[in-house]
Design a protein around this ligand. Structure first.
Ligand code: GRF
Length: 215
């Protein structure tokens, strides 16, 4: 008897190019998972259109006038309809309550546009350029209560070039994000990647640093 494919929920707020990379990998059969639902906190997010075009449930859950806890409860109820094995934050611009993170402990991955622990938070490309960094990139990490500080699994690194701008870095980092995010999801749903006592385990071994891909 064949087992059902693992189920992934993707949370977005905007463009959804990382979501698209996941949808493409799922339809190519290389993700090892089904995208069960896409949730956006913004109704106008283009990612919702991408989900619908791929035949995936696309749900808007706005949260402007409610507390963080009330939002997270509503989100948990919505997600429960789809029984996800993994939540992927792909440009989701909200911060979770500690109880939401506890509910999905070890089962939330986020993609962040910097080489964490450098540059948590917003405006990462601008800050890396202003600081004269030689290296920049993106990180897939497990989500824990501290923002952008959970254990890192996979990083894409690129050398900052003379003449790079926020726009050029955004584009170059996106190329890498679209490689590492589907890879991390595939590893997780395939049972290769997991969080154990705040450490990232890959193929049964504790990673002392994230797996690195270079441009
Ligand atoms: C990405 O740069 C990701 O690292 C950050 O938000 C951006 C989302 O881009 N968390 P997109 O919506 O996937 O195009």
């Amino acid at each position: 008897m064949s087992r059902a494919a693992p189920r992934v929920a993707v949370l977005i707020s905007g463009e959804g190019s990382n979501l698209q990379a996941l949808l493409d990998a799922a339809s190519a059969g290389t993700l090892g998972a089904e995208i069960a639902v896409v949730v956006s906190n913004r109704a106008a997010a283009r990612g919702l259109v991408r989900a619908r075009d791929a035949g995936v449930a696309a749900r808007h859950l706005g949260g402007k006038d409610i507390s963080r806890e009330a939002y997270d409860d509503a989100l948990a109820s919505l997600l429960a309809e789809y029984s996800p094995d993994l939540l992927v934050l792909a440009g989701f611009m909200r911060i979770f309550s500690a109880s939401f993170i506890a509910r999905f402990a070890g089962r939330i991955l986020n993609i962040h546009p910097s080489l964490l622990p450098a540059y948590p938070g917003l405006d990462t490309h601008r800050r890396a350029l202003d600081a004269g960094e030689h290296w920049h990139g993106a990180t897939v990490h497990f989500v824990t209560v501290e923002l952008d500080a959970g254990p890192a699994a996979l990083q894409y690194r690129l050398r900052v070039r003379a003449g790079d701008t926020v726009e050029s870095l955004t584009a170059r980092v996106h190329v890498g994000e679209h490689l590492i995010l589907p890879r991390a999801v595939e590893w997780f749903v395939g049972g290769r990647l997991r969080l154990e006592n705040d450490s990232v385990m890959l193929d049964g071994r504790r990673l002392s640093q994230p797996v690195i891909m270079e441009e």
